[in-house]
Design a protein around this ligand. Structure first.
Ligand code: BTN
Length: 235
């Protein structure tokens, strides 16, 4: 991953640098600042210039299976964050990374024309006052959590290295080699969650990446994707 590598001081969204292009799988776009950064469900993703890791990776997975791919990217992001910042990072199934204090990274997958653009935004060096207010989950940064600033280049290198390995493993054998690492970082296990209009308690990840939820009333459902929300924060 990382060839070609497209860097911009400022861009609308690194997603758009890669979307709908003929660039090869593995192309990576990063920027110091996005003027129209986007999150999931039509939300915005605001950044402070030079403080975040803003990165998109072009993948061409056979078949699709987006829900699993989101977990692959989230696992790579969590492992890279642990490696570089030395903090425990957990995956809020299926697409956020949490550390003590809140959400530190979010993942956005956009599919089209046989390609998937995987966008990863990590709050790295923002001070508490520079983090966006009024987010769905409280936001934090690696700097707020550790009291130190961190090298975004080292984080990007670790992320691409982890993602390269996790993506290759997923293409070869699905989640087989990754499920245990994901479950070890499952931030929702044992937590009260809402699933649409229902609520229940999240359990373990299934080998196929679905999350089991025991609904109030006792029925167990396997959730494949979509927004599932912790009712109390699993932090
Ligand atoms: C979310 O938590 O809702 C997902 C946020 C994804 C943000 C990243 S930053 C790099 C890439 N470019 C974007 O416009 N969004 C993603």
């Amino acid at each position: 991953l990382g060839s070609p590598y497209l860097y911009a001081q400022e861009t609308a969204s690194t997603q758009d640098v890669l979307r709908g292009t003929d660039l090869p799988e593995g192309a990576v776009a990063t920027a110091e600042h996005q003027v129209a950064g986007r999150g999931r469900s039509g939300r915005r993703w605001d950044d402070r210039p030079g403080r975040s890791l803003l990165c998109s990776v072009l993948l061409r997975p056979p078949g699709g299976a987006l829900p699993q791919l989101s977990l692959v990217v989230a696992l790579a992001a969590a492992e890279a964050i642990e490696l570089v910042a030395g903090v425990e990072a957990r995956v809020k199934w299926p697409n956020d990374v949490l550390i003590a204090g809140g959400k530190v990274a979010g993942i956005l997958l956009e599919a089209g024309d046989g390609a998937v653009v995987a966008g990863i935004g990590v709050n790295v060096n923002q001070s508490a006052g520079e983090l966006p207010a009024r987010t769905r989950l409280p936001a934090t940064s690696l700097r707020v959590a550790t009291g130190a600033t961190h090298d975004r280049g080292a984080l990007l290198a670790a992320l691409l290295e982890r993602l390269d390995a996790a993506y290759a493993s997923w293409r070869a054998s699905g989640l087989d080699g990754l499920a245990a690492r994901l479950e070890a970082r499952n931030a929702l296990r044992g937590q009260r969650v809402s699933v649409g209009a229902a609520s229940g308690t999240a359990g373990a990840l299934a080998p196929d990446g679905r999350l089991s939820v025991t609904l109030d009333g006792g029925h167990v459902v396997m959730v494949e994707s979509g927004e599932i929300e912790p009712l109390d924060l699993p932090l």
